[in-house]
Design a protein around this ligand. Structure first.
Ligand code: PEP
Length: 249
C-alpha cells in the first residue's frame, strides 16, 4: 500500500487560446465527479491568470511549463517563481526535453530552476529521460541518474518535495509509448536514487510521460512506481484527459 495518491498533469505546451482554454477547462471540470487522483494543467505563462479564475475552488491545480533560474532582475523575457506564486500556481515543469533540446538547458540550470520553485512554495516537476540514441547505446540509467543527481545535489533535504517525470525523449509526441515494464524499470532506478538521498523518497511522485493516452494509461499506472502521468497531446482533449483521470482514481 502506497501513501502516494496518483498525480495527473496536462502539459499544454504552446497550444491554446482564451476561448479554447475556457472550453477545455469547462469540459474537464464538468467531468470531475468520481475523480479522486490529484490533477493539474500546465498552460503557457500568459494564460495562468485565466486558469486562476477558471480553476478557483476546483480540485484541478494550475502549473507553469518553466520558471526562471533567477530570483529577479535584468533577465528580459524570464518569469520568476514568485511571479508564478502571485497567480496561485502550484507546479512548474522544469527541464522538459523540449527545453533541454531547443533551448540548451543544462542539468545545472534545471537544478537551479527546481531550487527557485521550491523556495517560492511551488512544486517543480523535474523531467528526465533518454534519447533514442542513448537508449540504444544502453545509457538510459546513466542518463536519467545524471539528470536527477544534479537536482538532488542542488536541493538537499528539500528533494522529497519535488515531483519527477520520467519522459523518454523518443516517446514524446511520437505515439510510441514505453511499455509498462520499461517505465517501471526506470522508475525503480529513480526511486532508489531518491532513497539514497532522503528518508522520504516514498513521498515523491514519479510520473511517466511520453504518448500516454486514454488507451494505455491504466496499464502504465498499474506499475508500483508509476505514480501518475505527464500528458501532452492527449491533455488537449477533454474526454481523453478525463478518461486518464478516471484511470488514475
Ligand atoms: C510531454 O510533452 O510532456 C508529453 C509527454 O507529450 P505527449 O504526451 O504528447 O507525448
Amino acid at each position: 500500500m502506497t501513501m502516494r495518491s496518483k498525480l495527473m498533469v496536462g502539459n499544454w505546451k504552446m497550444n491554446g487560446s482564451l476561448a479554447a482554454n475556457a472550453s477545455l477547462l469547462s469540459d474537464i471540470l464538468a467531468g470531475m465527479a468520481g475523480v479522486t487522483c490529484r490533477a493539474a494543467v500546465c498552460s503557457p505563462f500568459v494564460y495562468l491568470p485565466q486558469l486562476q479564475v477558471l480553476l478557483a475552488g476546483s480540485s484541478v491545480a494550475s502549473g507553469a511549463q518553466d520558471v526562471s533560474m533567477h530570483e529577479s532582475g535584468a533577465f528580459t523575457g524570464e518569469v520568476s517563481a514568485s511571479m508564478l506564486r502571485d497567480f496561485g500556481v502550484r507546479f512548474a515543469i522544469v527541464g522538459h526535453s523540449e527545453r533541454r533540446q531547443y533551448h540548451g538547458e543544462t542539468d545545472a540550470q534545471v537544478a537551479a530552476k527546481a531550487q527557485r520553485a521550491l523556495a517560492a512554495g511551488i512544486t517543480p516537476i523535474v523531467c528526465v529521460g533518454e534519447s533514442l540514441v542513448e537508449r540504444e547505446a544502453g545509457q538510459t540509467e546513466a542518463v536519467v541518474k545524471r539528470q536527477l543527481a544534479a537536482v538532488i545535489h542542488a536541493n538537499g533535504h528539500c528533494i522529497s518535495e519535488i515531483v519527477v517525470a520520467y519522459e523518454p525523449v523518443w516517446a514524446i509526441g511520437t505515439g510510441r509509448t514505453a511499455t509498462p515494464e520499461m517505465a517501471q524499470q526506470v522508475h525503480a532506478v529513480l526511486r532508489s536514487q531518491l532513497q539514497a538521498a532522503t528518508a522520504h523518497a516514498d513521498r515523491v511522485s514519479i510520473l511517466y510521460g511520453g504518448s500516454m493516452n486514454a488507451a494505455n494509461a491504466a496499464e502504465l499506472l498499474a506499475q508500483p512506481d508509476v505514480d501518475g502521468g505527464l500528458i501532452g497531446g492527449a491533455a488537449l482533449k477533454g474526454p481523453d484527459f478525463l478518461c486518464m483521470l478516471q484511470a488514475a482514481s
